[in-house]
Design a protein around this ligand. Structure first.
Ligand SMILES: NC(=O)c1ccc[n+]([C@@H]2O[C@H](COP(=O)([O-])OP(=O)(O)OC[C@H]3O[C@@H](n4cnc5c(N)ncnc54)[C@H](OP(=O)(O)O)[C@@H]3O)[C@@H](O)[C@H]2O)c1
Length: 200
């Protein structure tokens, strides 16, 4: 199949291009920055330099997490104790980055036109539970604790951390023949720590 990947240099795009190319697809990778051309070629894609408006598509992803760029910024904030946990924080649906890649490939190959699929793991988690577990696993100090109302003046951050998003992956499992290989944060968080140890 000929596939054009928008966002091909991002947290999802890089492993997705690699997986599609390895699966025998002919991949073109979109970037705004000509300096990314060689990187895209090395991943197995034909680089296309353009600036486009990206519209929400067929897949509704949970929050990405996993080794490398998917969680690097979060881990760095935790290590510097710059990311507090909030009392009254919401529950989020996450998806391990490699499972987001696998679901995207499955949707391209087997998804029904016009259908939307939730690409999330099996168990939503409260932000504080996830952040505390991640901090502990990577050897960061325990996050500070704050009441959620303190963030109210920062509308976007308040909404991001207090809104709950619980969605089911049943349709993606049923129709795409996909299932998360990392079913919950309990299995995923140690994988991030292990990848960091291996990279050190
Ligand atoms: N991160 C998450 O937890 C999460 C959760 C749910 C949904 N999503 C969605 O999943 C998608 C991928 O997320 P991500 O975390 O992989 O993103 P990311 O790491 O921030 O990467 C963004 C990518 O989009 C490209 N891009 C941005 N604006 C563009 C434009 N105007 N024209 C062409 N390319 C453009 C960038 O390419 P260049 O800089 O090379 O041009 C880069 O490859 C996004 O649509 C995001 O909204 C993400």
């Amino acid at each position: 199949m000929k596939v054009l990947v928008a966002g091909s240099t991002g947290a999802l795009g890089v492993p997705l291009v690699r997986a599609l190319a390895a699966g025998g697809h002919e991949v073109a990778g979109l970037t705004r920055n000509p300096a990314n051309r060689d990187r895209l070629r090395a991943l197995g894609a034909r680089p296309l330099v353009a600036d486009v408006m990206v519209r929400p598509g067929l897949l509704r992803y949970g929050g990405f997490y996993g080794p490398g760029p998917a969680s690097e910024a979060l881990v760095e904030l935790l290590r510097r104790r710059r990311l507090p946990v909030l009392h009254g924080a919401g529950v989020i649906s996450l998806v391990f980055i490699q499972d987001a890649v696998a679901a995207t490939v499955a949707a391209l190959e087997r998804g029904r036109a016009g259908q939307a699929y939730n690409v999330v793991d099996d168990e939503p988690v409260a932000w504080p539970t996830f952040l505390r577990a991640l901090a502990e696993a990577v050897g960061a100090p325990p996050p500070r604790e704050l009441p959620a109302w303190l963030l109210r003046p920062a509308n976007y951050a308040h909404a991001a951390f207090t809104t709950s998003m619980r969605v089911s992956n049943a349709k993606a499992r049923r129709e795409l023949g996909w299932a998360p290989s990392v079913p919950t944060w309990r299995e995923g968080v140690p994988l991030i720590a292990a990848a960091r140890r291996n990279a050190a």
